[in-house]
Ligand binder design. Structure first.
Ligand code: TRP
Length: 329
């Protein structure tokens, strides 16, 4: 059984792209592995959330992941800031990270460009904290998106460097967890590319009916087919891809035929798509809202998760301290 660690950003709600993409795989992943899922709230401090926002973001993210099926019996689900061993490992790993290599990471260079007035040291050492998150459980596998591959590579580098420096074979080099063919790409509503938070083209699991209708009705389409069986442009393909996730086959067939006969009215298709998304979202949304208001339940889950994570973290830290040479008198 492998130890798998997933880090979840504490900002940003789950959208349909997350749901049909990574999250569906998480549910399966936890059946076959020793999984740790944690909410990265320390990392979010690089952008200075208010104390209320910080807490509410963590609450919503935790509620959402529980609502979609992360199972606290099977996995350890915890909040990063509950595990004090993580910042200690972060401190130790920082001694072993070079400023030059941190300055060269693409995410850091992006930040310098996009927020030149707030290039804090937390941003520079972001990959070190991330490595601490991973190495604290000596995880073998980490599911990451494209944007996090370089950070994972840094974690491997720090693991290797530590092993080399102390002539031990202690930290495994964490590899990407591969979902393989199963990773469904969900398109956004802006006619190009996949659904994403920054693209602002998404439908969130907590969106209410009105919001969903508004977003879908505004989705990019085209001026309609002019020839029978005309090849679909990307925006139209995307609308059908979304339908495939939430609508009945008969609905899809109905609109495909209309398209092929040049009789399609995109307004009708979008109306139907919006209703089907609403129907799909409704029970999940209800669940999320219920859980997010149940403080006693959230407290219980976070405590159980933290306890499990702390056990593994404390063991690693104790061993790391010994390897480094910290010894009690
Ligand atoms: N940096 C990740 C993101 O922005 C979140 C994260 C923090 C993470 N620590 C991690 C992911 C450890 C994987 C492993 O999405």
């Amino acid at each position: 059984m492998e130890t798998v660690l997933s880090g979840i950003r504490s900002t940003g709600n789950l959208h349909l792209g997350n749901y049909f993409g990574a999250v569906k795989n998480f549910i399966k992943m936890q059946e076959e592995n020793n999984c740790y899922f944690f909410i990265a709230d320390y990392h979010s401090l690089t952008t200075y959330p208010t104390p209320e926002d910080l807490h509410n973001n963590v609450r919503m993210v935790l509620a959402e992941y529980l609502a979609v099926g992360l199972d606290p019996e099977k996995s350890s689900i915890y909040v990063q800031s509950d595990i004090r061993e993580i910042p200690e490992l972060y401190l130790l790993l920082n001694m072993n990270a070079y400023v030059g290599e941190l300055e060269r990471t693409t995410s850091f260079k992006d930040k310098i460009r996009t927020q030149p007035n707030n290039v804090n040291a937390g941003l520079l050492t972001y990959p070190v904290l991330m490595a601490a998150d991973i190495l604290i459980h000596r995880a073998n596998k980490v599911p990451v998106g494209k944007d996090q591959e370089q950070n994972l590579e840094m974690a491997r580098k720090f693991a290797k460097r530590f092993n080399h420096l102390y002539k031990v074979d202690y930290f495994p080099e964490p590899q990407p967890y591969n979902f393989g063919e199963e990773l469904v790409k969900v398109p956004g509503l802006d006619g190009a590319g996949k659904m994403g938070k920054t693209a602002g083209n998404g439908i969130y699991l907590v969106d209410d009916e009105k919001t969903i209708r508004k977003k879908v009705m505004r989705a990019v389409s085209d001026s309609g087919p002019t020839e029978m069986n005309q090849k679909m442009a990307e925006p139209i393909q995307n609308l059908f891809s979304l339908m495939k996730l939430v609508s009945d086959q008969s609905t899809i067939d109905f609109f495909k035929e209309k398209y092929n006969n040049c009789e399609i009215r995109y307004g009708d298709l979008k109306k139907q798509l919006a209703e089907d998304i609403i129907k799909f979202n409704a029970p999940i949304r209800k669940n999320i809202l219920e859980i997010s208001e149940d403080s006693a339940y959230l407290r219980k889950i976070a405590n159980i998760g933290a306890e499990k994570a702390r056990e593994s973290a404390a063991k690693t830290l104790k061993e790391v301290r010994e390897i480094i040479g910290f010894k009690p008198f």
